[in-house]
Design a protein around this ligand. Structure first.
Ligand code: PCA
Length: 200
């Protein structure tokens, strides 16, 4: 089974994106996973312009059975399994190219939304069983993460792939203004738990 995991570079003036650290850990084989999984990690720029094209190239090349896309959502307290991608961009901050897009559809005349094809309830239950904070979220926001999620789901309507988006909290080491946070080892463990669950 081939699993592609994506994460994002830092954005919005921060020096760290927990999901970038996650990709680096995957690339240096520091994330445990079942032997039967061929795992590939890919780091994406926080840009409307080409983040999805870069992911898509990897998908075409690697032909994964599963795509797990990760992004940071500062202020959230749990590993949040996104349920739905909306056909909407409404930036409140610039992307890493300085681009702000307000109130625009991602795909003109596209579906209003697409649902994740990951087994969200099962994953949530497993993460909690392992003592990790987890919940199902009904909003991936209206920025680059939701954009990537929507484009990914749009392109996977005719495949059997499991794919979806997961938002993570800030890391404890970068915490601002008493924001909720997670330890990096917990994030890595969360990924291992998810990989074990989906191969089971
Ligand atoms: N989080 C942002 C974009 C990149 C990231 O990690 C978001 O939630 O849209």
């Amino acid at each position: 089974m081939r699993v592609l995991i994506s994460g994002f570079e830092a954005f919005d003036g921060r020096s760290i994106n927990p999901t970038q650290k996650l990709i680096e850990a995957i690339q240096s084989q520091e994330v445990d996973h079942p032997e039967e999984i061929e795992l590939k990690g890919i780091l994406l720029p926080v840009r409307f312009l080409d983040s999805y094209d870069i992911l898509k190239k990897q998908v075409d090349h690697f032909n994964p059975d599963v795509i797990l896309s990760f992004g940071l959502a500062a202020g959230r307290a749990s590993i949040e399994l996104e349920e739905v991608a909306l056909n909407l961009i409404n930036s409140t901050i610039p992307d890493n190219d300085g681009v702000i897009i307000e109130n625009a559809p991602i795909t003109i005349n596209g579906a209003a939304s697409y649902a994740s094809t990951l087994p969200l309830q099962g994953i949530e239950g497993k993460l909690k069983e392992h003592g990790l904070p987890a919940k199902i979220s009904n909003s991936a926001g209206t920025f680059v993460c939701n954009y990537l999620f929507y484009k990914m789901m749009e392109d996977n309507q005719t495949t059997q792939r499991l794919c979806g988006f997961i938002h993570v909290p800030l890391l404890t080491e970068q915490v601002e203004h008493n924001s909720p946070s997670i330890e990096f080892h917990e994030l890595k463990k969360g990924v291992t738990v998810i990989l074990n669950y989906i191969t089971y």
